[in-house]
Design a protein around this ligand. Sequence first.
Ligand code: ACO
Length: 382
Amino acid sequence: MSSAMQEMHVDIGLVNTIVARSSLSFIDGEKGILEYVGYDIDSLARHSTFEETAYLLWHQRLPSSSELQSFSSQLQLNYDLSESMWDMVVSLPRDASPMHALRTLTSALALEDPAADDSSPEANMRKSISMLAKIPAFIAGFDRHRKGLDLVRPNQDVSIAENFLYMLNGVKPTERMIRAMDICLILHADHGFNASTFASLVTISTLSDMYSAVTTAIGTLKGPLHGGANQGVMYMLNEIDSIDDVESYVMNKLTNHERVMGFGHRVYKAYDPRATYLKTFAEGIAEDTGNMELFNMSKKIEEIMDREVGAKGIYPNVDFYSATTYYSLGLDLDLFTPLFAMSRVSGWTAHCLEYLEDNRLIRPRCTYVGPHELKYEPISNR
Ligand code: ACO
């Protein structure tokens, strides 16, 4: 091994490795703080909209009202899909998982973009707008297709949150549903160098295209240790018959060294600030929609986890109460992770745009631990 290699340390899971500088999100895992470009997540969730948040991430400042209006119009103009993309939506197997469908459709956007490989900042911004605007149509369109329902074309006069719910259900959503969806989108928009964002940066750092970077990210988000945990939470809640069974269920998981979905985080060793907000929010929606038993079960899981593993810094993460929120909104379980992607595409693309300003190929090393100097045996002797 060269002396330069010897000086390098092995950091499995990149737990202690900082790979770049970024001005997009600040996380203090000990204090439970999350800021997007300096703005506290709580203020954004209370006062902002998802469109404003996406603008903030892409431009690293809040928009004026005329800038926000023109940005929203640009997004709205991009909501609809080409006829060939709609055809592709309805050609997908009905029993496919929505995350596989979303990854395939996002990747296919490159096929109809003659400038797919133009990596100028202008072209990359245009593609970012297009993906942010079209992903809701992919998710809603595929969901209706698999249920044998007619497709609903987008409403280009409304916000991303409202348009998504409209395309999904075919009816105008209530104000409370729109606000709930919008807040979930804000809270999931960005989170430092999480696994899917990092994956997108690995792709873009090779000077590949934005569609490839986002496709990579969707595939990475899908895993149950990352964005797939929100539907995992709901499967878990469904497995528990009643609130009286919560104690034995959770204790059984912990005794068997199994993960309780929606708990723990690589960075937060305090309460995830997004979960703090979502907990209150989930309670309100559960109350409105007659899902209080589900909320109370979630609260009980949290109490037991706090008692058993709270001292290790394992608290609810963003996925835990977003599951109850999405369920109360009437969304199918396997749409929870696509919804995460629908929001996080703003963060993925913002990080790619930022990283490309001073690009360096991401290419880590590994320490070889296999054998050396083996004698090659011809296949006939093996
Ligand atoms: N349930 C039970 N125990 C847990 C959990 C959990 N959810 N999370 C961590 N632990 C325990 C581990 O068993 C381990 O215990 P030990 O030291 O006694 O062996 C210790 O906490 C550290 O766990 P690691 O896996 O080393 O921590 P890491 O930082 O690698 O993992 C992760 C973070 C993957 C998120 C983990 O907490 C987990 O698997 N959580 C469940 C899945 C989940 O909710 N993922 C969503 C994360 S947020 C997001 O991606 C949007």
